[in-house]
Design a protein. Sequence first.
Length: 350
Amino acid sequence: MTLRATVALTRGTLDLDVSLDLAMGQTVAVLGPNGAGKTTLLRALAGLQPLIRGHVTLDGEVLEDVAAGTCRRPEERSIGVVFQDYLLFPHLSALDNVAFGLRCRGLARPDARRRAAGWLERFGLGDRLAAKPGELSGGQAQRVALARALATDPRLLLLDEPLSALDASTRLEVRRELRRHLASFPGVRMVVTHDPLEAIALADVLVVLEEGRVVQTGTPADVTARPRSRYVGELVGVNLFRATGAGDRVVLAGGETLQVPGAWADDVFALVHPRAVSLHRREPEGTPRNVWKGTADSLDREAERVRVRVGGPIPIVAEVTPAAVADLALADGGAVWVSVKATEIEVYPA
């Protein structure tokens, strides 16, 4: 079972042009900043947003093909959708919410309610069949929405920010539960999220969208090891610079240079982990290959480390200990010297 799609459309200022080739049994997380086109992509696959160009084929069945004039209605597509706010009908019980999709596909009311009850039992909600959405917790409402999506036996499951409506205290538990339910679904699973931890916890494959285009795809390990845009670099917590190779140096967009290991030409990425960045109040002595003067702009505490945002000719984030923050009086801001060993910079082709 596969999903093959080329989705091209314009919505407001968004120009979306995305191609996908996804296999059965994969959980795919679609990441990207606000306005990148994540939700619009899901709506297009579900038939809720018309294409201006492209096609959607699910397990060999053509759901939409603009050139051929083919377009199956949303209710005719073997696709289950869990919306960001779940969109449960407030006047219906949990049982009738799950039965609704089955009724839309022509199942008689008694049969639809019997099958819906089975799904709610499977999700541990057998004692909440009569509860209205307003009487459910966030985690229970999500399970009802997921049961409604799965009850119609879809071949593609789409989830739009499935954990965003939950508070922090329940999110971890529900994420663990969601991962278990997704693993039991045999078709293609696609999850839209802006949270990298959520994406890594749930997905086998990451697809990163920026401004309506795929900028990177791969396993979580591949994407985090070699990010290919500043946005992805920030997501995974590293400093990433687009540069041009010039032998044992790389030239950044502003003309600044960094000495790096090896010899490079053409366009490259230079990755510097924040822990490899040293900060000093005086110009460091010795032989560090990369030294420049900047300004300690802001501090953020993360567990047992502190991330220091440094402005200057090469803006960079350093990760230091609380003791270093105190010793260098970094909370006071002001001028600092930055040093990075050439051997601590990873360079790879752009």
